[in-house]
Design a protein around this ligand. Sequence first.
Ligand code: NAD
Length: 268
Amino acid sequence: MDLHLQDKAALVTGSTQGIGKAIAAGLLREGARVVLNGRSEERLRAAVQELGAESDTSEKVHGIAADLSTPEGAERLAREASALAPVDLLVNNLGYFELKPFFEIGEEEWLHLFNLNVMSGVRITRALMPGMLERGHGRILFIASEAGVKPTPGMIHYSVMKTAQIGLARGLAEMTRGTGVTVNSILSGPTNTEGIERLMGGIAEREGTDIATLQRGFFQGEGATSLLQRFGEPEDVAAVAVFLCSEVSSAINGAAVRAEGGIIRSIL
Ligand code: NAD
């Protein structure tokens, strides 16, 4: 199927590793031009080099280092990405997660995480969506989580922010009526990324076990409803994201698309 992504300009936030990098790689494979983002110049350079070599389209990959926990970082990223080419496809992928009991999450931490996980997408979308509406074409995605509709007790702050992203995507979609712009969210499920390795590696160390044992245990407990019964791979989410970025997905707008291995036990 031709997804008509040739030479479309994409920006994927938080894309030096994990799901973001897989989405960037998928878009490149379909012929899009992609701007990668992360905080560290060094990791960014490595990711740009890796994806450029992999897809043999090095001139189509750029990297912009910016810390998206600040308004300045988000605004500069939007400005510099637009200077390369008007952005057609915006993937708000960046998201930080950690396990923490509710009563231990302080005021500052809530606000920092809200800035990082929600306001980063608000700020970049505010900068780039008007251009899409003017040009009459664009795709905006928020990489949310099943935790946004099935809050995880051990990470309530993160879950609330994923719920916010789902609401944000739907609200923004209401502004696209009659245009060629769509805004959707993707509910990812537990996925094997560097971020998950960080989180589960920490638990494994504290509990004197390993990540594989923890993951097996997960499907006997909290993850019992999963139909996939394994952690997904970044490419599983990327395939859905690339499709939603494509021209052929224009009938999907304002949707929370599930790519969570069926862990949410409901029809809708
Ligand atoms: P990850 O931790 O592996 O990668 C995060 C990326 O964000 C990295 O490239 C990192 O450099 C970048 N980043 C972190 N802080 C930044 C900052 N302040 N400014 C700019 N860049 C920054 O993450 P992941 O597991 O691939 O998750 C990607 C998205 O998918 C997140 O929104 C996450 O909430 C969501 N998600 C992940 C899972 C999972 O199990 N991995 C499940 C559901 C949803």
